[in-house]
Design a protein around this ligand. Structure first.
Ligand code: PMT
Length: 395
């Protein structure tokens, strides 16, 4: 566990205690700034091991070198992770023990950021986090609330018990090993003429988070994506498409050999009936576009034989539960994740989201959190359902 210099360093002591209580062996690396906040002796007493601090400490390096430490760990958790440390590791800098350890680590890495809300909101910090996530780093939080500086907002370190819970949940990754998953993400673009199209506000973040987490969980992931501004997660096979018809073809083709299909894309229900060859000219005060219905991709996947486990999303501005339950049934889905859209937080383009998940005979609420954490929680439910349906494949 890496501890950086922030007021939340005191909570990291509790985190060590909670992890030890769950029978995990913990070795702690503290940055120089972290040692200004909490004495290494605290972490030594709680972890039962000497605390590592200095990259160039000859005695420590002899006892356990930074490379040895990186190989020893099954998982690296940096909590609290400061803006400075996130920037460093996002760019491969290695000028202290913790950043060097990150660079040498081959195990899964989790970061639990903690900083002032403005620092967290700064574009460069968000870019660093996105970069780390695209490298497979798992981000837990931060949480919202009152900060040590008196300001309100996102930036508090997630509580130790919750960090522990999320890290331990990750320990079941092999449950999806070798499972073929097709995920659709992003919007579709329905062209009107060579320069215009009809689309929606989907950014692809939810679908890409699911793809990244499914790869981390050992699945073979095919990501069929509409036009978005995101890097495909390392390890996922990206199939870029533009229109609903192209998405239909790609999804159906890849779902024939899929175990699970997750439809996170916001597919246009209709497309312009005709595609003008030249730019449509502005004639008259009003104009009209005749639309024709696009095929329902997910319903078609649910008709495939053999049928993969089919997971849909429902994006609603009203009556979420009823519409979601109706889609679950009418499209013959195994599970549906319903989210509110058009609200201040969550849904389209937001980094955070909340879901109400329904399946025949059950439901679960997944509270508002970052889309990556939500993806882990949803995948845990999907994994349960898949193993329920495939007891033979599972054994
Ligand atoms: O991409 P983000 O900015 O991160 O936003 C995430 C999201 C809000 C787009 C995502 O969480 C979500 O809700 N995706 C589904 C959006 C949607 O189109 O919902 P729907 O209720 O209209 O469709 C229901 C289901 O049918 C969805 O699984 C959809 O992929 C599928 N569908 C819809 C129409 C169609 N022609 N074919 C389909 O497969």
């Amino acid at each position: 566990m890496g501890v950086c210099g922030g007021i939340a360093a005191y909570k990291a002591a509790e985190l060590v205690r909670v992890l030890r209580k769950q029978d995990h062996e913990v070795r702690v690396v503290m940055t120089a700034a972290a040692r200004q906040f909490v004495a290494p002796l605290t972490f030594q007493a709680l972890s039962g091991h000497a605390v590592h601090g200095d990259l160039l400490d000859v005695e420590q390096e002899q006892a356990m070198s930074h490379i040895h430490l990186a190989r020893w760990a099954d998982l690296l958790l940096i909590a609290p992770a400061t803006a400075d440390m996130l920037a460093k590791i996002a760019h491969g800098l290695a000028d202290d023990l913790l950043s060097t350890l990150y660079l040498a680590a081959e195990c899964p890495v989790f970061v639990a950021p903690a900083m002032n809300q403005a620092m967290w909101g700064k574009v460069v910090t968000q870019e660093n986090i996105a970069r780390l996530q695209s490298h497979g780093v798992h981000c837990i939080g931060p949480a919202a609330g009152e900060q040590a500086c008196g300001e309100q907002g996102l930036g508090r370190m997630v509580e130790p018990a919750e960090i522990c819970r999320q890290v331990l949940k990750y320990e079941q990754p092999s449950l999806l090993a070798g499972v073929n998953i097709v995920i659709s993400a992003g919007p579709t673009r329905e062209p009107l003429d060579p320069v215009r199209y009809i689309t929606n506000r989907s950014s692809g973040k939810m679908g890409y988070a699911l793809a990244a987490e499914a790869v981390s969980a050992g699945a073979n992931v095919t990501l069929v994506s509409g036009p978005v501004n995101l890097l495909a997660p390392a390890g996922a096979k990206l199939i870029p498409v533009e229109t609903a018809l192209q998405m239909y073809d790609a999804v159906i083709m890849h779902s024939r050999s899929a175990d699970i299909y997750i439809g996170a894309a916001a597919v246009a229900d209709y497309r312009p009936q005709t595609l003008a060859e030249s730019k449509i000219k502005k004639d008259g005060e009003t104009g009209s576009i005749v639309l024709t219905k696009n095929p329902d991709i997910i319903a078609a996947v649910a008709r495939l034989q053999p049928k993969p486990l089919v997971v849909g999303f429902a994006a609603e501005t009203d009556d979420l539960e009823n519409y979601a339950k109706h889609k679950l049934q009418s499209k013959n889905l195994d599970l549906i994740a319903a989210n509110w859209v058009g609200q201040a937080e969550g849904g389209f383009d937001s980094d955070r989201n909340a879901l109400q998940v329904f399946w025949p005979g059950g439901q679960q609420i997944l509270a508002m959190t970052d889309k990556r954490t939500l993806a882990v929680q949803l995948l845990n439910l999907i994994t349960e359902k898949w193993h329920e349906k495939n007891p033979v494949k599972n054994s």
